[in-house]
Design a binder for this molecule. Structure first.
Ligand SMILES: O=C(CO)[C@@H](O)[C@H](O)[C@H](O)CO[C@H]1O[C@H](CO)[C@@H](O)[C@H](O)[C@H]1O
Ligand SMILES: [Ca+2]
Length: 533
Protein backbone atom coordinates (compact mmCIF):
# COMPACT_ATOMS: atom_id res chain seq x y z
CA UNK A 1 0.00 0.00 0.00
CA UNK A 2 3.18 2.05 -0.06
CA UNK A 3 2.91 5.61 1.01
CA UNK A 4 -0.81 5.56 1.66
CA UNK A 5 0.07 4.58 5.23
CA UNK A 6 1.71 7.97 5.74
CA UNK A 7 -1.40 9.96 4.99
CA UNK A 8 -3.65 11.84 7.45
CA UNK A 9 -7.34 12.36 6.58
CA UNK A 10 -9.55 15.35 7.45
CA UNK A 11 -13.32 14.79 7.22
CA UNK A 12 -15.50 17.68 6.03
CA UNK A 13 -19.28 17.67 6.58
CA UNK A 14 -20.17 20.16 3.82
CA UNK A 15 -23.51 21.27 5.28
CA UNK A 16 -21.77 22.57 8.41
CA UNK A 17 -18.29 23.66 7.24
CA UNK A 18 -18.53 27.07 5.54
CA UNK A 19 -21.41 28.96 3.89
CA UNK A 20 -20.24 31.15 0.98
CA UNK A 21 -23.57 32.53 -0.26
CA UNK A 22 -25.42 33.44 2.95
CA UNK A 23 -28.21 30.87 2.84
CA UNK A 24 -27.22 29.30 6.14
CA UNK A 25 -26.05 26.07 4.47
CA UNK A 26 -22.40 25.15 4.00
CA UNK A 27 -21.31 24.67 0.39
CA UNK A 28 -18.46 23.70 -1.94
CA UNK A 29 -17.24 27.27 -2.54
CA UNK A 30 -17.07 27.59 1.24
CA UNK A 31 -14.79 24.53 1.42
CA UNK A 32 -12.61 25.86 -1.42
CA UNK A 33 -12.24 29.16 0.47
CA UNK A 34 -10.82 27.22 3.45
CA UNK A 35 -8.34 24.97 1.61
CA UNK A 36 -5.33 26.96 2.88
CA UNK A 37 -6.60 26.42 6.44
CA UNK A 38 -7.01 22.67 5.87
CA UNK A 39 -3.56 22.50 4.26
CA UNK A 40 -2.06 24.34 7.26
CA UNK A 41 -3.12 21.48 9.51
CA UNK A 42 -0.65 19.19 7.73
CA UNK A 43 -3.32 16.72 6.54
CA UNK A 44 -3.15 15.04 3.12
CA UNK A 45 -6.65 13.90 2.16
CA UNK A 46 -10.07 15.54 2.54
CA UNK A 47 -12.94 13.09 2.98
CA UNK A 48 -16.07 14.83 1.75
CA UNK A 49 -19.36 13.63 3.16
CA UNK A 50 -21.93 13.43 0.32
CA UNK A 51 -22.37 16.46 -1.98
CA UNK A 52 -24.50 14.66 -4.59
CA UNK A 53 -28.11 15.56 -5.49
CA UNK A 54 -30.32 14.58 -2.58
CA UNK A 55 -33.71 15.50 -1.05
CA UNK A 56 -31.74 15.50 2.23
CA UNK A 57 -33.90 13.11 4.17
CA UNK A 58 -30.59 11.87 5.68
CA UNK A 59 -28.45 14.89 4.82
CA UNK A 60 -27.09 13.56 1.56
CA UNK A 61 -26.78 9.90 2.48
CA UNK A 62 -29.92 9.53 0.37
CA UNK A 63 -28.65 10.18 -3.15
CA UNK A 64 -31.02 10.97 -6.05
CA UNK A 65 -28.28 11.47 -8.69
CA UNK A 66 -24.72 10.20 -8.22
CA UNK A 67 -23.34 12.20 -11.15
CA UNK A 68 -24.53 15.65 -10.14
CA UNK A 69 -23.98 18.11 -7.30
CA UNK A 70 -26.70 19.06 -4.83
CA UNK A 71 -27.67 22.65 -5.88
CA UNK A 72 -27.64 23.61 -2.18
CA UNK A 73 -23.89 22.89 -2.25
CA UNK A 74 -23.21 24.44 -5.68
CA UNK A 75 -22.63 22.85 -9.10
CA UNK A 76 -20.12 20.66 -10.98
CA UNK A 77 -18.05 23.72 -11.92
CA UNK A 78 -17.59 24.45 -8.19
CA UNK A 79 -16.66 20.81 -7.64
CA UNK A 80 -14.09 20.81 -10.47
CA UNK A 81 -12.59 23.96 -8.96
CA UNK A 82 -12.39 22.37 -5.52
CA UNK A 83 -10.61 19.31 -6.95
CA UNK A 84 -8.18 21.55 -8.89
CA UNK A 85 -7.45 23.98 -6.04
CA UNK A 86 -6.92 21.06 -3.66
CA UNK A 87 -4.52 19.41 -6.11
CA UNK A 88 -2.58 22.70 -6.39
CA UNK A 89 -2.06 22.54 -2.62
CA UNK A 90 -1.06 18.86 -2.65
CA UNK A 91 -4.39 17.85 -1.08
CA UNK A 92 -6.39 14.89 -2.35
CA UNK A 93 -10.20 14.55 -2.25
CA UNK A 94 -12.02 11.35 -1.21
CA UNK A 95 -15.75 11.02 -1.92
CA UNK A 96 -18.43 9.23 0.09
CA UNK A 97 -19.70 6.18 -1.87
CA UNK A 98 -23.24 5.39 -0.68
CA UNK A 99 -24.27 2.26 -2.56
CA UNK A 100 -26.25 0.23 -0.02
CA UNK A 101 -29.24 2.37 -0.93
CA UNK A 102 -30.29 5.36 -2.99
CA UNK A 103 -32.91 8.04 -2.40
CA UNK A 104 -36.49 7.07 -3.28
CA UNK A 105 -36.32 10.12 -5.60
CA UNK A 106 -33.56 8.55 -7.66
CA UNK A 107 -34.57 7.84 -11.32
CA UNK A 108 -33.78 4.17 -10.79
CA UNK A 109 -36.32 3.87 -7.96
CA UNK A 110 -39.00 5.82 -9.79
CA UNK A 111 -38.60 3.48 -12.78
CA UNK A 112 -38.56 0.47 -10.48
CA UNK A 113 -41.87 1.58 -8.92
CA UNK A 114 -43.20 2.02 -12.45
CA UNK A 115 -42.17 -1.60 -13.13
CA UNK A 116 -39.78 -0.56 -15.91
CA UNK A 117 -38.33 -3.94 -17.10
CA UNK A 118 -34.71 -2.77 -16.70
CA UNK A 119 -35.18 -1.26 -13.24
CA UNK A 120 -37.91 -3.32 -11.60
CA UNK A 121 -35.27 -5.51 -9.88
CA UNK A 122 -32.90 -2.69 -8.98
CA UNK A 123 -34.39 -2.74 -5.47
CA UNK A 124 -35.69 -5.41 -3.04
CA UNK A 125 -39.44 -5.84 -3.49
CA UNK A 126 -41.70 -8.43 -1.81
CA UNK A 127 -45.40 -9.14 -1.54
CA UNK A 128 -45.05 -9.43 2.24
CA UNK A 129 -42.48 -7.78 4.56
CA UNK A 130 -40.31 -9.91 6.85
CA UNK A 131 -39.55 -8.91 10.48
CA UNK A 132 -36.40 -6.94 9.80
CA UNK A 133 -36.00 -3.59 11.59
CA UNK A 134 -34.26 -0.39 10.45
CA UNK A 135 -31.01 1.15 11.76
CA UNK A 136 -33.09 4.25 12.49
CA UNK A 137 -35.63 2.23 14.49
CA UNK A 138 -38.99 0.83 13.39
CA UNK A 139 -39.75 -1.55 10.57
CA UNK A 140 -37.50 -1.88 7.51
CA UNK A 141 -40.25 -2.19 4.91
CA UNK A 142 -42.77 0.22 3.38
CA UNK A 143 -45.49 -0.34 0.78
CA UNK A 144 -45.99 1.28 -2.63
CA UNK A 145 -48.95 -0.02 -4.60
CA UNK A 146 -49.29 -3.69 -3.67
CA UNK A 147 -45.61 -4.30 -3.08
CA UNK A 148 -43.24 -3.73 -0.14
CA UNK A 149 -39.66 -2.47 -0.56
CA UNK A 150 -36.75 -2.88 1.91
CA UNK A 151 -35.04 0.13 3.53
CA UNK A 152 -32.52 -0.58 6.30
CA UNK A 153 -32.36 3.18 6.96
CA UNK A 154 -35.14 5.72 6.42
CA UNK A 155 -38.15 4.92 4.21
CA UNK A 156 -36.70 7.40 1.70
CA UNK A 157 -33.54 5.24 1.42
CA UNK A 158 -34.56 2.03 -0.45
CA UNK A 159 -31.83 -0.64 -0.48
CA UNK A 160 -30.30 -1.56 -3.84
CA UNK A 161 -30.52 -5.18 -4.99
CA UNK A 162 -26.90 -6.31 -5.27
CA UNK A 163 -27.94 -9.64 -6.76
CA UNK A 164 -28.67 -7.63 -9.94
CA UNK A 165 -25.59 -7.38 -12.27
CA UNK A 166 -27.00 -4.19 -13.83
CA UNK A 167 -26.73 -2.49 -10.43
CA UNK A 168 -23.04 -3.50 -10.33
CA UNK A 169 -22.42 -2.12 -13.84
CA UNK A 170 -24.11 1.21 -13.03
CA UNK A 171 -22.15 1.65 -9.81
CA UNK A 172 -18.89 0.91 -11.66
CA UNK A 173 -19.76 3.78 -14.01
CA UNK A 174 -20.39 6.10 -11.04
CA UNK A 175 -17.01 5.25 -9.49
CA UNK A 176 -15.14 5.67 -12.80
CA UNK A 177 -16.90 9.00 -13.38
CA UNK A 178 -15.48 10.46 -10.18
CA UNK A 179 -12.04 8.82 -10.46
CA UNK A 180 -11.71 10.23 -13.98
CA UNK A 181 -12.34 13.64 -12.41
CA UNK A 182 -9.25 13.23 -10.22
CA UNK A 183 -10.93 11.99 -7.05
CA UNK A 184 -8.41 9.93 -5.00
CA UNK A 185 -10.78 7.36 -3.58
CA UNK A 186 -13.87 6.49 -1.60
CA UNK A 187 -15.16 6.18 1.92
CA UNK A 188 -17.65 3.34 1.40
CA UNK A 189 -20.84 3.82 3.42
CA UNK A 190 -22.13 0.78 5.40
CA UNK A 191 -20.35 -1.39 2.84
CA UNK A 192 -20.58 -4.66 4.79
CA UNK A 193 -24.39 -4.84 4.70
CA UNK A 194 -25.00 -4.33 0.95
CA UNK A 195 -25.50 -8.05 0.08
CA UNK A 196 -28.63 -9.70 1.48
CA UNK A 197 -28.10 -13.47 1.26
CA UNK A 198 -31.73 -14.28 2.05
CA UNK A 199 -34.87 -12.41 3.06
CA UNK A 200 -35.93 -14.88 5.75
CA UNK A 201 -37.20 -13.56 9.09
CA UNK A 202 -34.43 -12.71 11.51
CA UNK A 203 -33.93 -13.70 15.15
CA UNK A 204 -35.70 -10.99 17.18
CA UNK A 205 -33.38 -8.33 18.66
CA UNK A 206 -34.02 -4.97 20.39
CA UNK A 207 -32.13 -3.38 17.45
CA UNK A 208 -31.38 -4.67 13.95
CA UNK A 209 -33.55 -7.77 13.71
CA UNK A 210 -32.47 -9.65 10.55
CA UNK A 211 -28.79 -8.58 10.55
CA UNK A 212 -27.59 -12.20 10.30
CA UNK A 213 -28.97 -12.28 6.74
CA UNK A 214 -27.08 -9.22 5.45
CA UNK A 215 -24.11 -8.52 7.75
CA UNK A 216 -20.69 -9.39 6.30
CA UNK A 217 -21.97 -11.91 3.73
CA UNK A 218 -19.78 -13.84 1.27
CA UNK A 219 -21.56 -12.04 -1.59
CA UNK A 220 -20.18 -8.75 -0.29
CA UNK A 221 -16.59 -9.96 -0.63
CA UNK A 222 -17.27 -10.98 -4.25
CA UNK A 223 -18.70 -7.52 -5.02
CA UNK A 224 -15.71 -5.73 -3.47
CA UNK A 225 -13.24 -7.89 -5.38
CA UNK A 226 -15.06 -7.12 -8.67
CA UNK A 227 -15.16 -3.37 -8.01
CA UNK A 228 -11.44 -3.50 -7.20
CA UNK A 229 -10.57 -5.56 -10.31
CA UNK A 230 -12.75 -3.67 -12.79
CA UNK A 231 -12.49 -0.09 -11.50
CA UNK A 232 -10.20 0.76 -8.58
CA UNK A 233 -7.14 -1.09 -9.86
CA UNK A 234 -7.12 1.13 -12.94
CA UNK A 235 -6.35 4.18 -10.80
CA UNK A 236 -4.12 5.11 -7.85
CA UNK A 237 -6.84 4.95 -5.19
CA UNK A 238 -7.47 4.95 -1.46
CA UNK A 239 -10.49 3.15 -0.01
CA UNK A 240 -11.90 2.92 3.52
CA UNK A 241 -15.01 0.95 4.33
CA UNK A 242 -17.54 1.87 7.03
CA UNK A 243 -18.19 -1.59 8.44
CA UNK A 244 -20.78 -1.70 11.21
CA UNK A 245 -20.54 -4.46 13.85
CA UNK A 246 -17.27 -5.76 12.33
CA UNK A 247 -14.88 -8.05 14.29
CA UNK A 248 -11.06 -7.94 13.97
CA UNK A 249 -11.09 -11.16 11.91
CA UNK A 250 -13.80 -9.81 9.60
CA UNK A 251 -11.82 -6.56 9.26
CA UNK A 252 -8.67 -8.45 8.25
CA UNK A 253 -10.65 -10.45 5.66
CA UNK A 254 -11.61 -7.13 4.07
CA UNK A 255 -8.18 -5.44 4.15
CA UNK A 256 -5.47 -8.09 3.74
CA UNK A 257 -3.73 -6.91 0.50
CA UNK A 258 -3.90 -10.38 -1.02
CA UNK A 259 -7.71 -10.29 -0.75
CA UNK A 260 -7.85 -7.29 -3.10
CA UNK A 261 -10.90 -5.64 -1.50
CA UNK A 262 -10.43 -2.51 0.69
CA UNK A 263 -7.39 -0.65 2.09
CA UNK A 264 -8.81 -0.25 5.59
CA UNK A 265 -12.12 -0.19 7.50
CA UNK A 266 -13.77 1.86 10.25
CA UNK A 267 -14.71 -0.37 13.17
CA UNK A 268 -17.14 0.63 15.95
CA UNK A 269 -16.04 -1.29 19.08
CA UNK A 270 -14.28 1.72 20.60
CA UNK A 271 -17.38 3.79 19.94
CA UNK A 272 -19.41 1.40 22.11
CA UNK A 273 -17.37 1.56 25.35
CA UNK A 274 -19.79 4.01 26.99
CA UNK A 275 -23.10 2.24 26.22
CA UNK A 276 -25.12 -0.90 27.03
CA UNK A 277 -26.71 -2.93 24.19
CA UNK A 278 -27.03 0.09 21.85
CA UNK A 279 -25.78 3.64 21.46
CA UNK A 280 -28.88 5.25 22.93
CA UNK A 281 -28.40 3.72 26.38
CA UNK A 282 -25.29 5.60 27.52
CA UNK A 283 -23.25 4.59 30.59
CA UNK A 284 -20.44 6.33 32.51
CA UNK A 285 -17.21 6.38 30.46
CA UNK A 286 -14.49 4.14 31.95
CA UNK A 287 -11.11 4.90 30.26
CA UNK A 288 -9.84 1.38 30.88
CA UNK A 289 -12.53 -0.05 28.57
CA UNK A 290 -11.31 2.22 25.76
CA UNK A 291 -7.66 1.27 26.39
CA UNK A 292 -8.56 -2.42 26.25
CA UNK A 293 -10.57 -2.22 23.02
CA UNK A 294 -8.06 -0.02 21.21
CA UNK A 295 -5.14 -2.27 22.26
CA UNK A 296 -6.94 -5.36 20.99
CA UNK A 297 -7.60 -3.79 17.58
CA UNK A 298 -4.03 -2.48 17.42
CA UNK A 299 -2.68 -5.95 18.04
CA UNK A 300 -5.05 -8.03 15.93
CA UNK A 301 -5.79 -5.95 12.83
CA UNK A 302 -3.43 -5.60 9.87
CA UNK A 303 -3.97 -1.82 9.52
CA UNK A 304 -6.48 0.37 11.38
CA UNK A 305 -8.49 3.44 10.33
CA UNK A 306 -8.28 5.40 13.60
CA UNK A 307 -10.95 7.93 14.56
CA UNK A 308 -12.59 9.34 17.69
CA UNK A 309 -15.15 11.49 15.87
CA UNK A 310 -17.23 11.67 12.70
CA UNK A 311 -20.62 13.03 11.58
CA UNK A 312 -22.48 10.14 13.30
CA UNK A 313 -20.88 10.30 16.76
CA UNK A 314 -21.09 12.81 19.63
CA UNK A 315 -17.92 14.89 20.13
CA UNK A 316 -15.05 12.94 21.75
CA UNK A 317 -14.12 15.67 24.25
CA UNK A 318 -17.68 15.59 25.65
CA UNK A 319 -17.59 11.73 25.80
CA UNK A 320 -14.03 10.79 26.69
CA UNK A 321 -12.58 14.09 27.97
CA UNK A 322 -13.73 17.12 29.93
CA UNK A 323 -15.34 19.85 27.81
CA UNK A 324 -15.30 22.38 30.68
CA UNK A 325 -12.54 22.63 33.35
CA UNK A 326 -9.91 20.62 31.44
CA UNK A 327 -11.08 21.44 27.90
CA UNK A 328 -7.60 22.29 26.52
CA UNK A 329 -5.71 19.48 28.30
CA UNK A 330 -8.20 16.70 27.57
CA UNK A 331 -8.61 17.68 23.90
CA UNK A 332 -4.82 17.49 23.54
CA UNK A 333 -4.66 14.17 25.41
CA UNK A 334 -7.20 12.67 22.98
CA UNK A 335 -5.26 14.17 20.06
CA UNK A 336 -2.06 12.53 21.33
CA UNK A 337 -3.85 9.18 21.57
CA UNK A 338 -5.32 9.43 18.05
CA UNK A 339 -2.10 10.49 16.34
CA UNK A 340 0.07 7.89 18.16
CA UNK A 341 -1.93 4.79 17.36
CA UNK A 342 -0.82 2.48 14.56
CA UNK A 343 -2.96 3.12 11.46
CA UNK A 344 -4.35 5.98 9.41
CA UNK A 345 -5.65 8.87 11.57
CA UNK A 346 -8.94 10.59 10.69
CA UNK A 347 -9.66 14.04 12.10
CA UNK A 348 -13.26 15.33 11.94
CA UNK A 349 -13.91 19.02 11.27
CA UNK A 350 -13.87 21.00 14.51
CA UNK A 351 -12.04 18.26 16.43
CA UNK A 352 -8.79 20.18 15.81
CA UNK A 353 -10.11 23.10 17.92
CA UNK A 354 -11.88 20.95 20.52
CA UNK A 355 -15.49 21.55 19.49
CA UNK A 356 -17.95 20.08 21.99
CA UNK A 357 -21.44 18.57 21.83
CA UNK A 358 -24.19 20.98 20.83
CA UNK A 359 -26.53 22.91 23.14
CA UNK A 360 -29.96 21.58 22.10
CA UNK A 361 -32.78 22.76 24.37
CA UNK A 362 -35.85 21.29 22.59
CA UNK A 363 -36.52 18.41 20.16
CA UNK A 364 -37.39 20.97 17.46
CA UNK A 365 -33.75 22.12 17.50
CA UNK A 366 -32.65 18.68 16.31
CA UNK A 367 -32.60 18.14 12.52
CA UNK A 368 -31.30 14.56 12.28
CA UNK A 369 -33.78 11.96 10.93
CA UNK A 370 -32.30 9.27 13.21
CA UNK A 371 -32.75 11.42 16.33
CA UNK A 372 -36.43 12.01 15.58
CA UNK A 373 -37.23 8.39 14.64
CA UNK A 374 -35.46 7.01 17.73
CA UNK A 375 -37.21 9.62 19.94
CA UNK A 376 -40.46 8.29 18.55
CA UNK A 377 -39.47 4.67 19.25
CA UNK A 378 -38.45 5.63 22.80
CA UNK A 379 -41.88 7.21 23.29
CA UNK A 380 -43.60 4.01 22.10
CA UNK A 381 -41.38 2.06 24.56
CA UNK A 382 -42.87 4.28 27.30
CA UNK A 383 -39.61 6.04 28.18
CA UNK A 384 -40.62 9.26 30.04
CA UNK A 385 -40.29 12.52 28.06
CA UNK A 386 -37.51 14.06 30.19
CA UNK A 387 -35.36 10.89 29.99
CA UNK A 388 -35.81 10.34 26.29
CA UNK A 389 -34.94 14.01 25.61
CA UNK A 390 -31.78 13.64 27.73
CA UNK A 391 -30.95 10.50 25.69
CA UNK A 392 -31.15 12.56 22.50
CA UNK A 393 -29.01 15.38 23.94
CA UNK A 394 -26.27 12.84 24.70
CA UNK A 395 -26.46 10.65 21.61
CA UNK A 396 -27.81 12.73 18.74
CA UNK A 397 -25.63 12.84 15.62
CA UNK A 398 -26.43 16.57 15.49
CA UNK A 399 -23.86 16.99 18.27
CA UNK A 400 -21.23 16.51 15.56
CA UNK A 401 -23.03 18.60 12.95
CA UNK A 402 -23.22 22.06 14.57
CA UNK A 403 -21.71 24.78 12.34
CA UNK A 404 -17.89 24.99 12.27
CA UNK A 405 -16.64 27.68 14.68
CA UNK A 406 -14.35 30.04 12.79
CA UNK A 407 -14.45 33.06 15.16
CA UNK A 408 -16.15 34.45 18.27
CA UNK A 409 -19.34 35.27 16.37
CA UNK A 410 -19.23 31.90 14.60
CA UNK A 411 -18.12 32.86 11.11
CA UNK A 412 -19.88 29.90 9.43
CA UNK A 413 -22.53 32.10 7.80
CA UNK A 414 -23.84 35.66 7.82
CA UNK A 415 -27.39 34.32 8.36
CA UNK A 416 -28.96 31.86 10.82
CA UNK A 417 -27.46 28.43 10.10
CA UNK A 418 -29.54 25.35 9.17
CA UNK A 419 -28.63 23.84 12.58
CA UNK A 420 -28.23 25.70 15.87
CA UNK A 421 -24.69 27.00 16.36
CA UNK A 422 -23.03 26.26 19.70
CA UNK A 423 -22.80 29.54 21.66
CA UNK A 424 -19.41 28.43 23.01
CA UNK A 425 -17.94 29.59 19.68
CA UNK A 426 -17.11 32.65 21.80
CA UNK A 427 -14.46 30.61 23.60
CA UNK A 428 -13.75 27.82 21.10
CA UNK A 429 -12.94 29.01 17.56
CA UNK A 430 -10.24 28.86 14.90
CA UNK A 431 -9.31 32.56 14.84
CA UNK A 432 -8.49 32.76 18.57
CA UNK A 433 -6.58 29.48 18.45
CA UNK A 434 -4.58 30.55 15.39
CA UNK A 435 -3.06 33.29 17.49
CA UNK A 436 -2.52 31.16 20.61
CA UNK A 437 0.72 29.15 20.46
CA UNK A 438 -0.61 26.88 23.20
CA UNK A 439 -3.96 26.18 21.52
CA UNK A 440 -5.46 22.79 20.67
CA UNK A 441 -5.23 23.77 16.98
CA UNK A 442 -1.46 24.36 17.13
CA UNK A 443 -1.02 21.21 19.18
CA UNK A 444 -2.68 19.19 16.38
CA UNK A 445 -0.34 20.82 13.87
CA UNK A 446 2.69 19.87 15.99
CA UNK A 447 1.44 16.30 16.41
CA UNK A 448 0.85 15.81 12.68
CA UNK A 449 4.34 17.15 11.95
CA UNK A 450 5.89 14.86 14.60
CA UNK A 451 4.06 11.87 13.09
CA UNK A 452 5.38 12.78 9.64
CA UNK A 453 8.96 13.18 10.95
CA UNK A 454 9.01 9.99 12.98
CA UNK A 455 8.75 6.75 11.01
CA UNK A 456 8.28 4.76 14.23
CA UNK A 457 4.97 6.59 14.83
CA UNK A 458 3.78 5.67 11.34
CA UNK A 459 5.03 2.12 10.93
CA UNK A 460 6.20 1.01 14.39
CA UNK A 461 4.57 -2.01 16.03
CA UNK A 462 2.18 -1.39 18.91
CA UNK A 463 2.53 -2.76 22.43
CA UNK A 464 0.47 -1.87 25.46
CA UNK A 465 2.72 -1.24 28.49
CA UNK A 466 0.29 -0.15 31.22
CA UNK A 467 -3.49 0.09 31.55
CA UNK A 468 -4.88 1.29 34.88
CA UNK A 469 -8.24 2.83 35.68
CA UNK A 470 -6.84 6.16 34.44
CA UNK A 471 -3.37 5.79 32.92
CA UNK A 472 -2.62 4.37 29.49
CA UNK A 473 1.01 3.82 28.48
CA UNK A 474 1.87 2.14 25.19
CA UNK A 475 4.93 1.93 22.97
CA UNK A 476 5.50 1.97 19.25
CA UNK A 477 8.75 0.41 18.12
CA UNK A 478 10.76 -0.70 15.13
CA UNK A 479 14.33 -1.96 14.78
CA UNK A 480 15.89 1.43 15.42
CA UNK A 481 13.56 3.50 17.55
CA UNK A 482 10.94 3.35 20.26
CA UNK A 483 8.22 5.85 21.11
CA UNK A 484 6.62 5.81 24.56
CA UNK A 485 3.16 7.38 24.83
CA UNK A 486 2.00 8.29 28.34
CA UNK A 487 -1.64 9.38 28.84
CA UNK A 488 -3.56 10.33 31.98
CA UNK A 489 -7.18 9.87 30.84
CA UNK A 490 -8.63 11.19 34.13
CA UNK A 491 -9.28 14.57 35.74
CA UNK A 492 -7.11 13.62 38.74
CA UNK A 493 -3.35 13.54 39.31
CA UNK A 494 -1.92 10.05 38.75
CA UNK A 495 1.44 8.59 39.87
CA UNK A 496 3.30 6.25 37.53
CA UNK A 497 5.96 3.85 38.88
CA UNK A 498 9.10 4.97 37.14
CA UNK A 499 10.35 7.88 35.10
CA UNK A 500 10.08 7.45 31.36
CA UNK A 501 13.27 7.19 29.38
CA UNK A 502 14.12 8.90 26.10
CA UNK A 503 13.67 12.39 24.75
CA UNK A 504 10.38 14.10 25.53
CA UNK A 505 9.28 15.33 22.07
CA UNK A 506 5.81 16.67 22.92
CA UNK A 507 3.62 17.17 25.96
CA UNK A 508 0.39 19.02 26.55
CA UNK A 509 1.05 20.60 29.97
CA UNK A 510 3.86 23.08 30.72
CA UNK A 511 5.76 21.96 33.88
CA UNK A 512 9.22 22.41 35.33
CA UNK A 513 9.73 18.76 35.98
CA UNK A 514 8.30 15.86 33.98
CA UNK A 515 8.59 13.21 36.69
CA UNK A 516 6.29 10.32 37.54
CA UNK A 517 3.40 12.51 38.61
CA UNK A 518 0.92 13.08 35.79
CA UNK A 519 -1.38 16.09 35.97
CA UNK A 520 -5.06 15.69 35.02
CA UNK A 521 -5.27 14.66 31.32
CA UNK A 522 -1.51 14.97 30.91
CA UNK A 523 -0.02 13.49 27.72
CA UNK A 524 3.62 12.89 26.78
CA UNK A 525 5.51 11.27 23.91
CA UNK A 526 9.11 10.14 24.43
CA UNK A 527 11.38 8.87 21.66
CA UNK A 528 14.57 6.87 22.16
CA UNK A 529 17.06 4.98 20.04
CA UNK A 530 17.01 1.20 20.39
CA UNK A 531 20.56 -0.03 20.91
CA UNK A 532 21.24 -3.42 19.29
CA UNK A 533 24.31 -4.25 21.42
O1 LIG B 1 -23.91 5.76 13.94
C1 LIG B 1 -24.43 4.73 13.68
C2 LIG B 1 -24.08 3.47 14.32
O2 LIG B 1 -23.90 3.69 15.66
C3 LIG B 1 -25.47 4.67 12.77
O3 LIG B 1 -26.24 5.73 13.14
C4 LIG B 1 -25.15 4.81 11.35
O4 LIG B 1 -26.36 4.76 10.77
C5 LIG B 1 -24.34 3.74 10.73
O5 LIG B 1 -23.12 3.78 11.27
C6 LIG B 1 -24.22 3.93 9.24
O6 LIG B 1 -23.85 5.22 8.96
C7 LIG B 1 -23.74 5.58 7.60
O7 LIG B 1 -24.89 5.25 6.85
C8 LIG B 1 -26.08 5.92 7.18
C9 LIG B 1 -27.00 5.64 6.03
O8 LIG B 1 -26.40 6.04 4.84
C10 LIG B 1 -25.93 7.42 7.37
O9 LIG B 1 -27.05 7.90 8.03
C11 LIG B 1 -24.70 7.74 8.19
O10 LIG B 1 -24.53 9.13 8.29
C12 LIG B 1 -23.51 7.08 7.53
O11 LIG B 1 -22.31 7.37 8.17
CA1 LIG C 1 -24.54 28.14 1.24
Amino acid sequence: MGLKKDLVVYQVYPRSFKDSNDDGIGDIKGITSKLDYIKSLGVDIIWLSPVYCSPNDDNGYDISDYLNINPEFGNMKDMNKLILEAELRGLKIMMDLVINHTSDEHEWFKKSVANDPKYKDYYIWRDEPNNWTSFFGGKAWDKIGDKYYLHLFSKKQPDLNWHNPDVMEDIKKVMSFWLDKGIYGFRCDVINIIFKSSLENGKKHLVLTGKEHYHQQEGMHKILKELRRDVLNHYDTFTVGETVMVTPKQANDLIYPENEELDMVFSFSHMEVDQVSNKWFKTKFRPKKLMKVLSMWQKEVYWNANYLENHDQPRSISRFGDDKKYHNQSAKMLATLLMSLKGTPYIYQGQEIGMTNGEFKTMSEFQDVETHTIYHVAKKLGIPKKIRFKMMQKTSRDNARTPMQWNKEGGFSKVTPWLKQNPNTKEINVLDQEQDHDSILNYYRKLIKIRKNNKVLRYGEFESVLQTKSVFIFRRFDKKKEAIIVLNMSNKEQKIKNDCEGKLIINNIKKNDYNCVLSPYEARIYIKEISND
